[in-house]
Design a protein around this ligand. Structure first.
Ligand code: BGC
Ligand code: CA
Length: 341
């Protein structure tokens, strides 16, 4: 009798083990469903292309959809991925403060969720054991872009055009509420102060990461304060820095005449920004590493879908507090920009 009971217990254990084995996926069997907040974003297009390239190497399946900057649409897209049996979802949220319901959908389906580029609030990150965030520390990029301006002022006596010992600057901010907009603004200002400069903000506005909006805003600032008063332009990303440069060029600035030059810095190190640096139109930028952020997103998603522990060994990336992959920023100057082209 005892033997028989032992036999049944063993059989039950084996049945569970076999069921488990049948569900355990190989890397090339994983289906990843990904949503990007909008395809029409220069930096996220870089991340997206690197996600695809990484999945091509792994051999699994990656579907990517355009959330068209609409959160309700993105919520439906996540539902659709779950309904078709995706093993994991990667989400670049439209609104990072609306990550909770997305996490809850993944949790209810029992699949992992990897957020990228737009950081969910800490409470959301803590409320599920299969949630990760892959991005970069916004503070770091803010500090580095402020330092680019500090270095320029220290090296160029003429940079302080009105000789008042202060930096008169314009700030072009990213989307309201985005951690990269808030923290890059704050930390770039802090870096200029820490660099020993007094500051005077001549203008600050959001241009929503967008080049055309930045050109418009910059033209407005130029007519409001006068171009000769502006001593620096800081933009939260390269598209907006390039938009500001368009406005400067329409006034004959940043086109080669050293008497008509205003240092402009951005963040991302996109191809057009590096090109502008090579032409002397843009002072510098900060590498927002799309290659590693894209690669890490897929590595984490696949490891999690396979039921592996997500760590440096299984993904190639350091995982902080079991949940965060922080890809470092790097300062890009006239000395090293060619490395990034
Ligand atoms: C990038 C921006 C981009 C934004 C999208 C930021 O990290 O610097 O260029 O528009 O992410 O969320
Ligand atoms: Ca000054």
């Amino acid at each position: 009798m005892l033997k028989l009971r032992k036999f049944f217990a063993l059989a039950a254990v084996l049945a569970v083990a076999f069921a488990g084995a049948a569900f355990a996926l190989e890397a090339d069997e994983v289906l990843v469903g990904a949503c990007i907040y909008k395809f029409d974003d220069t930096f996220m297009t870089g991340v997206r292309n690197n996600m695809k390239a990484e999945m091509d190497k792994i051999g699994g399946e990656l579907e990517i959809t355009d959330s068209q900057n609409r959160q309700p649409l993105q919520n439906d897209q996540v539902d659709a991925y779950i309904a078709k049996g995706a093993n994991v979802v990667i989400v670049n949220p439209v609104d990072r403060t609306a990550a909770l319901p997305l996490m809850e959908k993944a949790k209810a389906a029992g699949i992992p969720i990897v957020f990228i580029n737009r950081e969910p609030e800490a409470e959301v990150m803590q409320a599920y054991d299969k949630i990760w965030y892959d991005g970069a520390k916004a503070e770091e990029s803010g500090t580095q872009s402020g330092e680019l301006i500090v270095d320029y002022f220290k090296k160029n006596a003429g940079a302080d055009k009105n000789k008042d010992g202060k930096i008169q600057y314009i700030m072009l901010r990213g989307e309201q509420g985005h951690q990269d907009a808030v923290l890059r603004t704050e930390y770039s200002v802090k870096a200029m102060k820490d660099g020993g400069f007094e500051l005077e903000e001549l203008g600050s506005d959001t241009a929503n990461w967008d080049k055309v909006q930045a050109t418009d805003k910059m033209k407005g600032f130029i007519s409001a304060v006068g171009i000769e008063r502006i001593e620096a332009v800081l933009a939260n990303n390269d598209d907006m820095a390039l938009g500001a440069i368009e406005a400067l060029k329409s006034e004959g600035y940043n086109m080669g005449d050293p008497a008509k030059y205003i240092p402009v810095v951005g963040v991302d190190a996109t191809a057009p920004a590096l090109e502008a640096m090579s032409k002397g139109e843009m002072l510098g930028t900060v590498l927002n590493d799309a290659a590693n952020q894209g690669k890490a997103a897929v590595q984490v998603a696949v490891a999690a879908a396979m039921g592996k522990e997500v760590n440096k060994e299984t993904t190639g990336y350091e995982v902080t507090d079991g949940k965060y992959i922080w890809v470092p920023y790097r300062k890009v100057t006239s000395e090293n920009y060619k490395e990034f082209m």
